[in-house]
Design a protein around this ligand. Structure first.
Ligand SMILES: N[C@@H](CCC(=O)N[C@@H](CS)C(=O)NCC(=O)O)C(=O)O
Length: 277
């Protein structure tokens, strides 16, 4: 692992790192904020999965998480959203290929060799974070935005014992039931929707997955809400199947980091309550 930048922020350290990923077969960048802490202390970890077109850097520059992470003593980890490079398959559209990994392990040509973001965020990167940073990997929570909200919900619902709490900003709640999901999962996983179900938050809950602490923040004026994000589908599935969920609809807010940054400190405080015990 190589440190590409490291600067002091709110008494802690904001770093960006690069490593050769065995999951993706490419170099991957990720960002980690380590808050001020006593020597030898092990700190809880909050994962943040980003949305379409993003790298590790969008939330680092616009997410406004550092003050809250410093206050609550939480490490914040932001991976990239896909493998990248000249040898990595891509597409001209913004919602497929590089920047749009959808947190799946692709099985289809030409994506399968490198698009293994499920293994990367679920297995490989946690191993590295636990080895290299002062992280208490028995205390993890996960959040994300849009495609990354889908990632947070699906990674969290598949691994409820690992994550104390799941939250999401403007998540894609169903990949099967919305165009962004249908387009990318058809490409990455093929046409058999049974293979998509581990990558659809609503389908996971319908298939029996549960988590005791799920919180959603959704902008009421988000341009993607009705067609792509479909928060109401998750609300209805949870009500019908008895999955507790807290959904805050915030009038006047859109899909952007103006919205995310407005509620980031609230989400970190909410996760901190569950990470401290
Ligand atoms: N209109 C956007 C659609 C994609 C989009 O809104 N991406 C969200 C995540 S789903 C984002 O965070 N974009 C980067 C940013 O705002 O910094 C585009 O074409 O780039």
């Amino acid at each position: 692992m190589e440190t590409t930048s490291s600067w002091k922020a709110h008494g802690g350290t904001q770093g960006v790192y690069r490593h050769a990923s065995s999951a993706t077969g490419t170099d991957m960048h990720f960002a980690v904020y380590v808050p001020p802490h006593d020597k030898g202390a092990k700190l809880p970890v909050l994962w943040y999965l980003s949305g379409l077109t993003c790298t590790h850097a969008n939330v680092m520059e616009k997410g406004e998480y550092r003050a809250a992470c410093a206050k609550h003593g939480i490490i914040f980890v932001a991976p990239d959203t896909s493998p990248r490079g000249d040898d990595v398959a891509d597409d001209d559209s913004y919602d497929l290929g590089q920047g749009a990994g959808m947190y799946v392990d692709a099985t289809e040509t030409p994506w399968a060799p490198h698009y293994r973001m499920r293994t990367y965020v679920e297995d490989e990167l946690p191993g590295l974070i636990g080895d290299v940073f002062p992280a208490d990997m028995t205390r993890q929570s996960i959040t994300g935005h849009s495609m990354g909200g889908h990632g947070a919900l699906t990674v969290g619902l598949r691994n409820p014992e690992r994550f104390r709490s799941l939250s999401a900003f403007s998540p894609i709640v169903t990949t099967i039931g919305a165009p962004w999901g249908r387009k990318s999962l058809t490409a990455y996983l093929g046409g058999d929707e049974a293979a998509w179900r581990p990558y659809d938050a609503c389908a996971l809950i319908a298939d029996g997955a549960r988590h005791p602490h799920i919180r959603i923040e959704q902008g009421g004026d988000d341009e993607f809400l009705a067609e792509q994000l479909r928060t109401g589908v998750l609300r209805d599935v949870c009500a019908e199947l008895g999955q507790d969920i807290t959904i805050h609809l915030r009038p006047g807010y859109d899909h952007s980091y103006y919205f995310i940054s407005s509620f980031m400190a609230d989400h970190i405080a909410w996760h901190a309550e569950r990470l401290k015990v």
